[in-house]
Design a protein around this ligand. Structure first.
Ligand code: G3P
Length: 215
């Protein structure tokens, strides 16, 4: 399972990329807005210079608008993946865009049927929103596991991104469910690294080594 960073924060992206653990970034309008107003295209191009897959959301609601926006966004950089929300218009747009080899991420996916339809129209990725499903009392990770199983059974090349992940246990569950990618908030990535016993172990080794050096 690969890890993408779910953020538009350039410092966090740079840091995670230096660690060598991320192979992509997913953004959405909320995450971009969190970084404040600025030159959106320049920010996306900077992210594209750091990681090989960068999801950017199309905001049109009709198929024609989605296609035009996707063509424009994907012309900015070869690393751009256009996020298109689940809808009839989204399906119509992706069926055309996939034939034009434009990479897409079928987003705001909350059911296995939605994920299956995304794969059938040739989306590069589908993104089940695990945490938001958990929030309303469903087992979000079941959509991930079911989509992975179905895509594998029918040799559908679409990859499943476990999205809306909120804590480290979500990442383990995504990996066990066979997700191709987990898109992870920066704070959760940091939580994945840390363990108090590691910190205690490092401190104890450093202390003990001082005794060796004294001899
Ligand atoms: O990439 C979009 C998704 O991960 C959103 O997460 O926490 O807003 O449900 P969240």
């Amino acid at each position: 399972m690969r890890i993408f960073l779910d953020t538009a924060n350039i410092e966090h992206i740079r840091h995670a990329a230096r660690l060598g653990v991320i192979s992509g970034v997913t953004t959405n309008p909320t995450l971009v807005a969190r970084e404040g107003a600025g030159d959106f295209k320049a920010a996306i191009l900077e992210i594209c210079s750091i990681v090989p897959a960068v999801s950017v959301e199309a905001l049109s609601l009709d198929a024609e608008g989605m296609k035009q926006e996707a063509r424009k966004l994907s012309s900015w950089h070869e690393n751009i993946v256009v996020k298109i929300p689940v809808s009839e218009a989204g399906l119509e747009a992706i069926s055309v865009l996939s034939r034009e080899n434009i990479k897409t991420n079928f987003t705001l996916c909350f059911s296995t049927n939605q994920a299956l339809l995304g794969a059938l129209v040739g989306a590069t990725y589908v993104s089940p929103f695990v945490g938001r499903l958990d929030d309303v009392g469903h087992q979000g990770m079941e959509v991930v596991a079911d989509a992975v199983e179905i895509f594998s059974r029918y040799n559908l090349p679409t990859q499943v991104i476990a999205a809306s992940l909120r804590h480290p246990l979500h990442i383990i569950a995504a990996a066990k469910a066979g997700a191709h990618v987990a898109t992870v908030p920066y704070s959760v990535l940091m939580q994945m690294i840390r363990h108090p016993l590691t910190d205690i172990g490092i401190a104890r080794f450093a202390e003990d080594w001082k005794k060796v050096v004294k001899q």
